[in-house]
Design a binder for this molecule. Structure first.
Ligand code: FMN
Ligand code: ADP
Length: 279
């Protein structure tokens, strides 16, 4: 099935919805979506704190149309008022899919029993989804990313963690002293811990193997940078949106005594990244 966008699918055509925040569109969220059937839709309640898949990037991860509601505008509603709103918005709604920990209405006072009471249709409750014994939640994925544990974050996500950034001008040192890099300005996305990562960089829909540095350039100007070096290719400046998928952390950010020492280390990083990306 082709991906739908909420703009294209009339709410009247929706018979099943999944409700939640859905930051990350992670492994457990995907399990919920598997229960949506043919005329499904996703109701995403925006807290304003989502930084794994900020709102405008979320549709990429589901074929179902996503309908956004701002938490600030609905959090005063009682449980009944919230369900009444949902029924009004989706007049042909027959089924609601939520996770075991879903709560709603003012102060999250209503949970699964109240949902079953207030909604006359079918309520499907998905039991707690765990990966390697860890419950899958956006807040837990954030902690793994902040710790640089990309491999486990990716396991919980069920995909590679990906950020979007716009190319900006760098210090102009890369090509001359070290290796050429695409410098990125990243907004809205949580950035993993400072350090060097094996990554894949997507430019104009083409995926390239890469090594990415995130952090304060302690060895040069000290400023914070996100820089990606594409392996074995010369890439022209694009000054467009670039996507970076994180695969594995290679090492911590370090201060080197000389440019020469950093240059040597970068060559080792490139070899390590190649090994991990199997090229
Ligand atoms: C693979 C890689 C690893 C890097 N590691 C470090 C590092 O550990 N410490 C540091 O201060 N800068 C590090 N850098 C950043 C360099 O200092 C930076 O690329 C250089 O200052 C050029 O910046 P420019 O692209 O803005 O000209 C790294 C860059 C790359 C590509
Ligand atoms: N680990 C999980 N197992 C089962 N359901 C989950 C899990 N995590 C989230 N859900 C369900 O997915 C929907 C979106 O939840 P949300 O609160 O946005 O996720 P998270 O807990 O990751 O922040 C809710 O209905 C929630 O109950």
């Amino acid at each position: 099935m082709k991906k739908s966008s909420s703009i294209l699918v009339n709410k009247k055509d929706i018979t099943t919805i999944a409700i939640g925040g859905f930051d990350g569109m992670h492994f457990a969220h995907q399990k919920l979506f598997k229960n949506l059937g043919e005329k499904g839709g996703i109701v995403s309640i925006e807290s304003g704190f989502s930084n794994l898949t900020p709102k405008s990037y979320r549709q990429e991860y589901s074929k179902y149309p996503i309908y956004y509601y701002v938490l600030e505008n609905i959090k005063h509603l009682s449980g009944k008022e919230f369900i009444d709103l949902i029924k009004e918005e989706f007049p042909n709604l027959k089924k609601i899919v939520v996770g075991f920990d879903f709560c709603f209405g003012k102060n999250r006072k209503n949970c699964i029993p109240q949902l079953k009471e207030l909604f006359q249709g079918e309520v499907v409750v998905i039991e707690e989804i765990k990966v390697d014994g860890i419950s899958v939640h956006s807040r837990i994925i954030r902690e793994f990313l902040k710790d640089g544990n990309i491999e486990f974050a990716n396991k919980l996500l069920g995909k590679n963690y990906k950020i979007f950034g716009d190319q900006i001008k760098g210090q102009g040192l890369g090509s001359k002293q070290f290796v050429p890099t695409i410098n990125l300005r990243v907004e809205d996305f949580l950035l993993p811990k400072e350090g060097v990562y094996a990554t894949k960089t997507i430019i104009s829909e083409k995926k390239h193997n890469s090594v990415t540095f995130l952090g304060h350039r302690k060895t040069t100007d000290g400023s914070y940078a996100v820089e990606t070096h594409i392996l074995d290719k010369n890439i022209k400046n694009s000054y467009r949106t670039v996507q970076v998928e994180f695969i594995k952390k290679l090492r911590e950010n370090e201060k080197f005594d000389s440019f020469e020492a950093l240059k040597e280390q970068i060559q080792k990083d490139i070899l390590n990244a190649k090994n991990i990306l199997s090229i």
